[in-house]
Design a protein around this ligand. Structure first.
Ligand code: CP
Length: 307
C-alpha cells in the first residue's frame, strides 16, 4: 500500500507503487466514464495548486480531479501571489500549511524545487513538473494509456522522439517505463540529447526513420524553445524534415501502434496535423486519463497520510 507523503518523481518510486496508482486509476476512470461529478474520496480535504510556470492540462486536470472527489481547491499563480513581493518558496509553503492545506501541487522552473518544498511542509507535495527534471503524473498517465491499449507494459517498444534534452516528461517516462519492463528508445539530434543518456537503460538513436520501425508506441515531445539557447538545430523546417512525426513515419511503426504527445503540441514542427488528430492519435485520451490518474494519486497520498 502506498505509504509516501509526497510524489516527487518516478526515479524514487517502486514498480509496485506505480502499479497501485495505475490500478486505482482504473477505478477512477470508471467513475469518469459513468459521468459521476461528485465522490466523497477527498471530502474535508484542501488541495492547492501552486504554479510558477504556465499550464493548461496539468493544472486543470488536478483541479478537476480534486473537485470531483469533493476537495476544497485553491489555485495560486506565482504572477498574482506574494512571490512577486519577495516571499520565498519555503515561506509560501509554511503559509499554506498554516492555511490547513492537505496537498500542494507545484510546478516550478527549477529542478528540485518540489523536493525542497516537501522537506519543509506538513502538506503532501505533488511535483507537477520541475524544470527539466521530472513530471511524474504525466508519465503515469502516459503509462496508464499504454496499459489501457496494450494490457502490459513489459516488452512494449516505446520510441520517445524530439527534444529529449529539455523534457521532464521524457525523464519520468524513462524511469517509469524501464521499471515496468518496456524497451525504450529515445531519438533526437545529438544537440537535443541530454548528457549521459548513453549510460541510462535506454537505446539512443539520431535516426527517427530507423528507430520508429516496429514501435508499439510513438511519443512525440514538444520542442521547448523557451528552455534552450539558439543553435541546437539549423532551422524549424530542417528539424521538421528530420524529426517531425508525420503519416509516412507513423506508417513504419507497428500496424497497431499508437501516437502520443504530452502537449502542448507544436503542429507542423514536431508533429504534423495530418496525424495529430488521426485514429492512431491518443493525445486527447491521454488528457482524460490524466484526470483519472490524478484522482488516484490524490486519493492514495491523502489516505497514506491518515494512516
Ligand atoms: N503536458 C503538460 O504538462 O501540459 P501543460 O503544460 O498544459 O500542463
Amino acid at each position: 500500500m502506498l505509504k509516501r507523503k509526497d510524489l516527487l518523481g518516478l526515479k524514487d518510486i517502486t514498480a509496485e507503487e506505480m502499479e497501485e496508482i495505475l490500478s486505482t486509476a482504473v477505478q477512477m476512470r470508471k467513475i469518469l466514464d459513468q459521468n459521476v461529478k461528485k465522490t466523497p474520496h477527498l471530502q474535508g480535504k484542501s488541495v492547492t495548486t501552486l504554479f510558477y510556470e504556465n499550464s493548461t492540462r496539468t493544472r486543470t486536470s488536478f483541479e478537476t480531479a480534486a473537485k470531483i472527489m469533493g476537495a476544497n481547491t485553491t489555485s495560486i499563480s506565482a504572477q498574482t501571489s506574494s512571490v512577486t513581493k519577495g516571499e520565498t518558496l519555503i515561506d509560501t509553503g509554511k503559509n499554506l500549511d498554516a492555511l490547513l492545506t492537505d496537498v500542494i501541487i507545484m510546478r516550478h522552473s527549477m529542478s528540485g524545487a518540489p523536493h525542497l518544498l516537501a522537506k519543509n511542509v506538513k502538506a503532501s507535495v505533488i511535483n507537477a513538473g520541475d524544470g527539466m527534471n521530472e513530471h511524474p503524473t504525466q508519465a503515469l498517465l502516459d503509462i496508464y494509456t499504454m496499459k489501457e491499449k496494450f494490457g502490459d507494459i513489459k516488452g512494449l517498444k516505446v520510441v520517445i522522439a524530439g527534444d529529449v534534452k529539455h523534457s521532464r516528461v521524457a525523464r519520468s517516462n524513462i524511469w517509469g517505463l524501464r521499471k515496468l519492463g518496456a524497451e525504450v528508445t529515445v531519438c533526437a539530434p545529438k544537440t537535443l540529447l541530454p548528457a549521459g543518456i548513453e549510460e541510462t537503460d535506454v537505446s539512443v538513436s539520431t535516426d527517427l526513420d530507423d528507430c520508429i520501425a516496429g514501435a508499439n508506441v510513438v511519443m512525440g515531445l514538444r520542442l521547448q524553445l523557451e528552455r534552450q539557447q539558439a543553435g541546437l538545430f539549423p532551422s524549424a523546417a530542417e528539424y521538421n524534415a528530420y524529426y517531425g512525426l508525420n503519416a509516412a513515419r507513423l506508417d513504419k511503426a507497428d500496424g497497431d501502434a499508437i501516437l502520443m504527445h504530452p502537449g502542448p503540441v507544436n503542429r507542423g514542427l514536431e508533429i504534423g496535423s495530418d496525424i495529430a488528430d488521426c485514429e492512431q492519435s491518443y493525445i486527447l485520451r491521454q488528457v482524460t486519463n490524466g484526470v483519472a490518474v490524478r484522482m488516484a494519486v490524490l486519493f492514495l497520498l491523502t489516505r497514506a497520510k491518515q494512516q
